[in-house]
Design a protein around this ligand. Structure first.
Ligand code: URA
Length: 440
């Protein structure tokens, strides 16, 4: 077989055979297929698309390209959760302890920030001494002892995705439903859970900018799960506005702690509860109503917060900052952003807000940049709020003045204004399962 012919077949709109897909994934992982040929094939896939069978096959071979975690030594139904990425999206830090405190084991591998979106592992590393790298035995032991561990992705999990993702990032081939589905689902399959709740973000801060595409992406991933015998639910949730008020790392951990204690922002609390309820439901803990009640009780009783403390302790982190969040290291500079006009904030370009936060040091400008854990943005006003000209609408936190002005400009330009109150948008748009799409 020649990669030239595989590229040509896809370029001409043909359906690739299992052998052709296997040949491509294996050859590219080993370095036998060059980046320029892989780029050409990715672009052909981008334009010609892949059917569900091709997407499932691509997913399967990417998952098989490295280690596959066997979670069978952990008792119970293991349910994973994955967000397609957003701004201020700290739900894993809330949902995982809630679910674990209800008796469902959480053995989760999370990612780092990507582009304008944040990552759970970076947020966790803002907790002093918190480890996110463990051997498989250590990881399993923590889950068996306390019911929860969230760590970084093991080095050799879906290595084909690592290579393909980096290539897609620089060849304008990220936002394709088949390629995103295969990328996410291959990692979830290799990570070994029995069931998966996908949080598919839609809006200006998400990779899927509109609801129809988000639903298509969810359907593709649910169908892949079905093909390989894993239960998958896709929740379509809003990312047209940053989630909560904190965008960064340490400040997002702090907001998660408030939410776990029942004092979090309304939007973040609602999305977290919906995701946790669906995870408990997939773990067969009861009806949706019963699971929703368990989630409320986990928060009001303090059990969910205690579970987070246990996890931080087990992973070497300093629990003093979790118990008293004032002990988190503060950013050296706090810069107040003032409203440039009076009126309602009618829209926020959420991707631009994420980029403004990255500029402050909360994310990586290049693959090897260091993160400033205390950097980020605390929003003081969001879409739907009326503000007077000169009123503080956000605090920019950073340790360096270098990009402060650029970040402030980016943030201010992300806002749209109106003299009329915009009508509120739903937080949860739809639920996609193998039974179909339920719109809310
Ligand atoms: N997240 C992933 O892991 N892969 C994608 O392709 C997009 C978002």
């Amino acid at each position: 077989m020649r990669i030239y012919d595989v590229i040509k077949n896809k370029r001409d709109g043909k359906v690739l055979s299992d052998e052709e897909i296997k040949f491509f994934v294996e050859g590219y992982t080993k370095g036998e297929i060059k980046d320029y040929q892989a780029s050409a094939l990715l672009m052909a896939i981008y334009f010609q698309g892949m059917n569900s069978k091709e997407t499932a096959t691509l997913t399967e071979y990417i998952a098989k390209s490295g280690d596959e975690v066997d979670l069978s030594s952990i008792k119970g139904i293991k349910v994973d959760k994955h967000s397609t990425g957003g701004v201020g999206d700290k739900t894993t830090l809330i949902v995982a302890p809630i679910v674990a405190s209800c008796g469902v084991p959480v053995a989760k591998m999370s990612g780092r920030g990507l582009g304008h979106t944040g990552g759970t592992v970076d947020k966790m590393e803002s907790i002093p001494n918190m480890r996110t790298t463990f051997t498989q035995e250590e990881f399993f032991k923590i889950v068996n002892d306390i019911g929860i561990s969230v760590i970084g992705q093991s080095g050799n999990l879906a290595p084909a995705d690592k290579k393909l993702y980096a290539l897609r990032d620089v060849t304008a081939t990220i936002d394709n439903i088949s390629l995103i589905s295969a990328s996410i689902m291959s990692k979830k399959i290799a990570a070994g859970s029995d069931a998966i709740v996908l949080d598919i973000k839609t809006g200006s801060g998400a990779f899927m900018k509109n609801i129809d595409d988000a639903i298509k992406l969810a359907q593709e991933m649910v169908s892949i799960g079905h093909h390989i015998g894993r239960k998958v639910i896709g929740m379509i949730t809003d990312m047209d506005i940053p989630l909560g008020f904190a965008i960064g790392n340490a400040i997002e951990v702090i907001e998660s702690i408030h939410t776990l204690k029942g004092n979090g922002p309304k939007d973040l609390t609602e999305v977290s509860k919906v995701l946790a309820t669906n995870m408990l439901y997939l773990a067969e803990k009861g009806s949706m109503e019963e699971c929703a009640k368990m989630v409320d009780e986990a928060i009001s009783s303090g059990r969910a917060f205690d579970k987070l403390v246990q996890m931080v302790k087990a992973q070497g982190g300093d629990i003093n900052v979790i118990i008293d969040t004032d002990k988190f290291e503060k950013a050296k500079i706090t810069h107040e952003v003032k409203a440039t006009q009076s009126g309602y904030i009618s829209h926020m370009d959420t991707e631009a807000c994420g980029i403004a936060s990255v500029m402050l040091g909360a994310g990586r400008e290049t693959v090897d940049s260091d993160i400033d854990f205390s950097a980020g943005i605390i929003l003081k006003a969001k879409v739907g709020d009326y503000v007077e000209k000169g009123q503080v609408i956000a605090d920019l936190l950073t340790s360096s003045k270098d990009k402060l002005k650029e970040s402030e400009d980016k943030f201010i330009n992300s806002l749209s204004w109106s003299q009329h109150k915009p009508s509120p948008k739903p937080l949860i748009y739809a639920k996609v399962s193998i039974d179909g799409v339920k719109k809310y």
